[in-house]
Structure formats: structure tokens, C-alpha cells
Design a protein around this ligand. Structure first.
Ligand code: NIG
Ligand code: FE
Length: 418
């Protein structure tokens, strides 16, 4: 198939974009893409590709913007129930960490998730996944972390594997058994940390080895925060995971600065996420590493807080920056990467070109898939979006509606609007 006549073809060609390079869209005006066997076979101007492939089935996208599918590198896609009552409590003055301390927050979602069947988990996550997909997310990371016991954690992984194989999207799996301290371990975080290290992570390895298909080992993540895991406990979990061969992620500096960002950079984690309360030293350490800083602007927005990831400082220091939705029932129930871009432009002070690169090629780097997705280059998966806008800057500028006209996932077309 030859997609041609895109008014702006944002290729994002090249490696992940560090520091002030962020925002290099590598635009081809009147652009065209040749797709074969689900992959990108050629990229150029419409004139070049139409004359080189005259008999190819053609798809005219005149007056449309074409860009790579969004990669959402941080979601908590699978859960049961909702936290609408807590939303109200927070609006009335309780903080997120206060609610967690009294057994609510993540722990109330844990209760609901443990009670749900795997089939129920699949069904509720599936409807969110279709929303994500129709808003342009062609690949997403998705975490466990609402089981906090081996059986439910593995059921969440089973649900994710089932969803990955049934739909057009791709999922990158993450084990977040260290998301909170379950009630049965209240006051015994060290003991729960030992359980994660000595029993859950080896079981995760056995689970991974029995999975069919080519999916790489899941990431292992930890919520390094006051009221969750301290720096030493987080280090124990990540070091054990690394020794077993798992790639790493971390939730760090969302509320309090515990040193998780620097530790992630030193350990070579794929990403360090949240980074709202980061110090200048953390930013320097991060910038000297290949660890991607993932900003989650939907989270402070969802919590009605005023501090966001200091994206400009990260870029000035030369760091790699991505953005994600953080889709979850507590802080950020929002499926749309278009909305994350709109928030990143306003509150992380990115310009649209930077936010787009942060949501595509750099987001792919945050899940170690930048060799296969995140840009429109020969050999990569044909994961593309056609936007019904005259100029790419409408991404970021506009919000609350879907600008995607159609999604092409590995060469297959899904129409959102006629
Ligand atoms: O990334 N902060 C920890 N985890 C999630 C929230 C999960 C929840 O509240 O259910 C986050 O914001
Ligand atoms: Fe999260």
C-alpha cells in the first residue's frame, strides 16, 4: 500500500532525541510511505514514491498530517472497580498519600482486583485499550501492581498477555509487585520486600519462560516513595531483578525526593518516571545516563496539583525525555496521549514538536523498542496515524476531542471517522 500526499509527514527519523535536540520531527512535505508486510518499505515525497511504485494500491491522505503511532510508556491498564469516591475526598482536602496511609488509594483497587476474575480484568482493560488505540496509541506499556500477592499479580500478567495477543496493539509488560504494601504486611515493609525478592521475582522468571511468542522479559518497576518503598528497599528489589536479567523501571520523586531517580540512572534502568520532586543533582545524573525521564502530566492534573516534571531543566541538562498517560484509577484515568501532549505543552512547557517526539521515538526508547517503532523509517513496523488537522501543532493546541482520523497498525487500517 502506498500512502501519499500527506501535507506533513512527520517521520521523526533518527535516534531517540536527547536534550535540546528534542522536537526534531524530520518533516517531509507532500510525503508518502510504502507499506509492505506490515512494515515500512520506503519513505519519501509523493512524487518520488508514486513514480517508483506506480502500480501500488494507493491511499490518498491529502490535507492530512501523518505521524508515527503514539507509544504510551507508562500505564496501569488492568484494574477492577474505580475510585470516584476518593476523587471527591481529595477535592474536599485529603491528600493522595493520606488516603493511601489509611488503607485506601492503591489498596482499595487491590481489594477489588483480587476479587475480580481474570476474565473480568481482561474485559474492563479491553475497553480502555480500545479507547487508547482509537486515540492513537499503537503500543503501550502496562503494569501489574494491584495484586500484591503472587497469584493476582500473575493473573494480571495473564490478562495482559491475552490482551496483547488478541488486539491490534502491542503491549510491553511490567511487573510492579512493589507498588504498595498490602494490608497483610502493614508495618512490615522489609518482610514484604523479601517476599518480592525471594519469591515473586523468581516466580516471574518462571512465568516468563513459559510464555509463547517473542515478547522480551517484562520490566520490573518499584514505587519508591514515602509510604511505599524507601530507597534501600527499592534498591534491593531492583538489584534482585537485575541479577535475574529483568530490565528496570522506577516510579521516583512523585511527591518526595528519596533518591530513586539517581539510583535508576546508576543502575541503567530503561526509565525513571514521574520526577516531579527531582533535584538538580538527580537531573545531572539522569542526563549522563541512557535512562529516559518519563513525565506524566496527567497525574498532577488528575490530582489537581500544581507541580509538574521540570522538562526544560531536564532538556537543558541533556536528558532523554518522554511522556506517558499514567492511565490508572487513582490519579489519572485518562486514556489519551493527545491529552497528555496538550498537558505537557501547557504545564511541562514543551512546544508541540517536543511533546510529539516525547510521545513517539523517545517513548519507544523508554520501553526499549526504539529499533522497531516510534518513527517512520524503513524496516520499522508500519504503525502510523492520520490526523484530520491542517498543521501538526494542532496536537497540543487542541484538547478534549479526538484528532485521529485513522490508525494504521502494522499495515492494517482502522478508521475512526469517515
Ligand atoms: O503512577 N504512584 C503510584 N502509582 C500510580 C498510581 C496508582 C494508583 O493510585 O492506583 C501512579 O500515579
Ligand atoms: Fe504509575
Amino acid at each position: 500500500m502506498l500512502l501519499h500526499s500527506a501535507s506533513q509527514l512527520l517521520t521523526l527519523a533518527g535516534p531517540p532525541q536527547r536534550g535540546q535536540e528534542l522536537g526534531r520531527l524530520a518533516i517531509i512535505p507532500d510525503g508518502a510511505v510504502l507499506i509492505r508486510d506490515g512494515k515500512i518499505a520506503a519513505v519519501g515525497t509523493s512524487e518520488e514514491l508514486k513514480s517508483a511504485y506506480p502500480s501500488e494500491e494507493a491511499l490518498d491522505v491529502s490535507a492530512k498530517v501523518v505521524l508515527p503511532g503514539f507509544v504510551d510508556p507508562h500505564t496501569h491498564l488492568v484494574w477492577a472497580g474505580d475510585r470516584a469516591a476518593e476523587f471527591e475526598m481529595r477535592l474536599e482536602g485529603k491528600t493522595y498519600l493520606e488516603i493511601l496511609e489509611t488503607g485506601g488509594g492503591i489498596l482499595s483497587t487491590v481489594n477489588a482486583t483480587r476479587k475480580a476474575s481474570t476474565q473480568e480484568l481482561i474485559e474492563s482493560a479491553r475497553s480502555r485499550l480500545w479507547q487508547m488505540f482509537y486515540h492513537g496509541t499503537t503500543t503501550a506499556e502496562a503494569k501489574t501492581g494491584y495484586g500484591l500477592e503472587l497469584e493476582t499479580e500473575l493473573r494480571m500478567l495473564d490478562a495482559l498477555q491475552a490482551l496483547d495477543s488478541e488486539g491490534p496493539w502491542d503491549l510491553a509488560l511490567t511487573f510492579l509487585g512493589a507498588h504498595a504494601i498490602p494490608n497483610e504486611f502493614a508495618g512490615k515493609t522489609d518482610e514484604y520486600t523479601s517476599l518480592v525478592c525471594e519469591s515473586m521475582l523468581p516466580a516471574l522468571l518462571r512465568w516468563s519462560e513459559t510464555q509463547p511468542g517473542q515478547n522480551p522479559l517484562p520490566f520490573v518497576d518499584v514505587f519508591c516513595e514515602t509510604g511505599a518503598f524507601n530507597l534501600e528497599q527499592s534498591r534491593r528489589i531492583l538489584e534482585t531483578a537485575q541479577d535475574l536479567g529483568f530490565p528496570l523501571k522506577i516510579h521516583a520523586d512523585e511527591f518526595d525526593n528519596l533518591g530513586g531517580t539517581q539510583m535508576a540512572a546508576e543502575m541503567g534502568a530503561a526509565s525513571a518516571d514521574h520526577l516531579v520532586s527531582v533535584s538538580d543533582a538527580d537531573i545531572r545524573a539522569l542526563a549522563q545516563s541512557d535512562t529516559v525521564a518519563v513525565g506524566l502530566p496527567g497525574t498532577p492534573f488528575g490530582l489537581a496539583e500544581s507541580k509538574y516534571t521540570p522538562a526544560r531543566k531536564i532538556l537543558e541538562a541533556g536528558g532523554l525525555l518522554a511522556i506517558a498517560s499514567d492511565l490508572n484509577p487513582g490519579t489519572a484515568w485518562g486514556e489519551s496521549m493527545q491529552f497528555a501532549i496538550a498537558l505537557a505543552c501547557r504545564y511541562m512547557r514543551l512546544i508541540p514538536a517536543q511533546a510529539i517526539a516525547a510521545a513517539t521515538i523517545n517513548a519507544a526508547a523508554a520501553i526499549e523498542r526504539h529499533e522497531m517503532i516510534g518513527s517512520i523509517e524503513v524496516g520499522k513496523l508500519a504503525d502510523l496515524l492520520v490526523l484530520d488537522v491542517p498543521d501538526f501543532r494542532h496536537l497540543g493546541y487542541r484538547f478534549g476531542i479526538n484528532l485521529v482520523q485513522s490508525i494504521i497498525k502494522e499495515g492494517e487500517i482502522f478508521a475512526v471517522k469517515g
